[in-house]
Design a protein around this ligand. Structure first.
Ligand code: PXP
Length: 258
């Protein structure tokens, strides 16, 4: 199973100061050495993290294939068709959202044309979908060969049950009792398992991602037939913590260097 590292939040950190560091490209070289298989990034319409110049320089220099998440938006399609990432994963996008909230609307009026635009440029197209057999059938009918199953529902339930995480008040309305949450967790895992198998039977490559972390990833990674997981926030968040000691030591050395 491939690991795709989503590097958006390296750029989010940079945008907190709007300066040159941390540099997502530098991180990609480290990711390559660490055994990551591909890099995922999201050129959002509001450019809140990754910018067009990032995509340009990453595509020019990165030693790994690039999977560009993108909204169904003519301007973004034009930019990416010109820059030519290895894969374009179509995702829904809403300005006010904190992160991608659900799978694609597979009946979106511009979806067919957007898929065609990428395919005509030789870019592999993946659709980010909520896990269901019906969605897989729609994806197949649209002629794509790859889907990414949205693991957000599973992740949200898992985190509520096991991490004591309190959701942002506008984002989720999950039940509080653990018996109901446990049933929901089993259901969402079963949806992912069944969708993966159904997708495979239809000849699709099935990837998955969103909201996975160190505690929850094992439950998804062991599902039969998944070929790729895309993970961002948890890895970048951990990197900030486990890299802190070295970063402090390097600053102390710099302070005392004569
Ligand atoms: N896959 C898709 C399609 C996404 O939109 C995202 C978030 O940008 C991810 C995977 C990674 O999610 P996370 O940062 O929660 O690991």
């Amino acid at each position: 199973m491939r690991l795709g590292l989503n590097i958006d939040h390296i750029a989010t950190l940079r945008e907190a100061r709007k300066i040159h560091e941390p540099d997502p490209l530098e991180a990609i070289f480290i990711a390559k050495n660490a055994g990551v298989d591909l890099i995922t990034l999201h050129l959002r319409e509001d450019r809140r993290h990754i910018h067009e110049d990032d995509v340009k320089s990453i595509l020019k220099h990165a030693p790994l294939p690039i999977n560009a998440e993108c909204a169904i938006d003519p301007e973004i399609t034009k930019i990416l068709c010109h820059l030519r990432p290895f894969k374009a994963t179509l995702v829904p996008e809403r300005r006010a959202e904190i992160t991608t909230e659900g799978g694609l609307n597979l009946k979106h009026p511009q979806l067919k044309d957007t898929i065609k635009a990428y395919a005509d440029c030789g870019i592999e197209v993946a659709l980010f979908i909520d896990p269901s057999v019906q969605n897989l059938e729609l994806a197949c009918a649209l002629g794509v060969k790859v889907v990414e199953l949205h693991t957000g529902k599973f992740s949200n339930v898992f985190n509520t049950l096991y991490t004591g995480f309190k959701h942002h008040k506008n984002r989720l309305d999950l039940p509080k009792d653990s018996a109901t949450l446990k049933n929901m967790l089993e259901e969402s895992l079963e949806e992912l398992a069944q969708s993966t198998l159904a997708g495979q039977k239809m000849g699709l490559e099935v990837c998955a991602g969103h909201g996975l972390n160190y505690a929850s990833v094992g439950l998804v990674a062991r599902l039969e037939g998944l070929s790729e997981l895309n993970i961002g926030h948890a890895i970048i968040a951990r990197a900030v913590i486990v890299g802190l000691e070295q970063a402090i030591k390097s600053m102390q050395e710099a302070m005392h260097a004569r």
